[in-house]
Design a protein around this ligand. Structure first.
Ligand SMILES: *Cc1c(COP(=O)(O)O)cnc(C)c1O
Length: 398
């Protein structure tokens, strides 16, 4: 049973109140529906539910009350008609592509995508005759236009990009895609629906790694696809029913609870990140800071227009290349040295030798990922403690 809600509510209210699952026990906080299948009162009822002629749950590979509550709540927050939850963020990318593309189709993607997404496109989908090419300057819509092929069916972008926080104009890219008869998918992992709603800007699909900010506490792996009732509600859902990369009810419960605090957490992440970025910009040993919330960011105006906040990924460049960057990272005592993000804990990483270590030097140079670049995913600790730890790192550069 699900309580009704108003789709016009703000994202914090929707995150708390939309699609609240409530059983006959009238529990206030959502419970977990840990069951693989459902029973029927008669053979006739079973037949009707199986045929889709009567409502009801059948089997948790494709319908489960806790998973459905998470899907409906996330769809409401993104402003989408339908959502399908998946076992991971990567399963979301895979499910979208396998549900909608066929042999001979082409994907046009941003160069700086999450590494596993690039591997999936090149080394998995490539074996089945779906080709992918990449646009270097993802901020430049003309570059996307020039790279379109007659068989381009899907444009795929992460904005802000990782790790340099380069933005893509979602509305302009959606227009370009639609004029070409293609779809636009935005991986909205970095900002979440609290800070950016790509569907409202014209994108067709939103992908999430729920593993990151939606959980927000580093506890579980999950993902989701949000979009319209036809492509997502029928095609992707049908793929899920058949192929089965589904989310477990327990993880859906974690993420459902995560959505309840997403608004307040994202605003706190943004506040900390802004303070860190502004502080870094004042440090003499820092050459450059990449954060869309800074007036110095070349796309600050676009960020103000298409986002409701600037996110929590701050990258900066120090002089002295890899040796200096590693010395800085190793001198921190509180920050976690890991490439993960979207956690309460602030993390610090050296993109050139970790997240982007497997791409060629040439590709790294083209993307502007230098040896002196450090990425911080700002968490929820007290601002002064995060800054004090970074100061400890920067002190080794003098
Ligand atoms: C982590 C991540 C993914 C993949 O998600 P998983 O849950 O790890 O499978 C996809 N896109 C972005 C931007 C990510 O950060």
């Amino acid at each position: 049973m699900t309580e009704s809600f108003d789709p016009e509510w703000g994202s914090s209210t929707l995150g708390i109140r939309a699609a609240e699952p409530r059983t006959a026990n009238r529990e206030h906080s959502a419970s977990v529906s840990m069951t693989s299948s459902y029973v029927f009162r008669s053979a006739a009822e079973a037949a009707a539910v199986f045929q889709g002629e009567a409502p009801g749950y059948v089997y948790s590979r494709f319908t489960n009350p806790t998973v459905e509550a998470f899907e409906r709540r996330l769809a409401a927050m993104e402003g989408g008609q339908s959502c399908v939850a998946t076992a991971s963020g990567m399963a979301a990318v895979l499910s979208l592509c396998l549900a909608l593309l066929k042999q001979g189709d082409h994907i046009l993607a941003a160069r700086g995508l999450f590494g596993a997404t690039v591997n999936l496109f090149n080394n998995v989908l490539g074996r089945f005759g779906v080709t992918t090419s990449y646009v270097d300057t993802t901020a430049d819509v003309a570059a996307w236009k020039a790279a379109l092929q007659p068989n381009t069916k899907l444009l795929f972008v992460e904005t802000p990009s990782n790790p340099l926080c380069e933005l893509t104009d979602i509305a302009a890219l959606a227009q370009l895609a639609h004029a070409h008869g293609a779809w636009l998918c935005v991986d909205n992992c970095f900002l979440t629906p609290v800070l950016q709603q790509p569907l409202k800007l014209g994108a067709d699909f939103v992908i999430h790694s729920a593993t990151k900010y939606i959980d927000g506490q580093g506890r579980g792996i999950g993902g989701a696809i949000v979009g319209d009732a036809e492509r997502v509600g029928k095609d992707v859902f049908g793929f899920m029913r058949t192929a089965g990369p589904c989310m477990s009810p327990f993880n859906a419960w974690l993420f459902l609870k995560g959505l309840e605090t997403l608004g307040v957490r994202m605003r706190a992440h943004c506040e900390n990140a802004r303070a860190v970025a502004e502080w870094l910009e004042r440090q003499p040993s820092v050459v450059r800071v990449f954060y869309p919330g800074l007036a110095s960011h070349p796309q600050h105006v676009l960020a103000q227009r298409q986002q409701h906040g600037y996110g929590a990924i701050v990258s900066f460049e120090v002089e002295g290349g890899r040796e200096a960057a590693w010395r800085l990272i190793d001198a921190t005592r509180m920050l976690s040295i890991t490439a993960n993000l979207g956690d309460t804990r602030t993390t610090i990483t050296h993109p050139a030798t970790t997240t982007h270590g497997r791409i060629s030097q040439q590709a790294r140079d083209a993307a502007g990922i230098t040896e002196g670049l450090v990425r911080v995913a700002v968490g929820l600790e007290d601002t002064r403690d995060i800054i004090a730890d970074l100061a400890r790192g920067l002190a080794t550069l003098r």
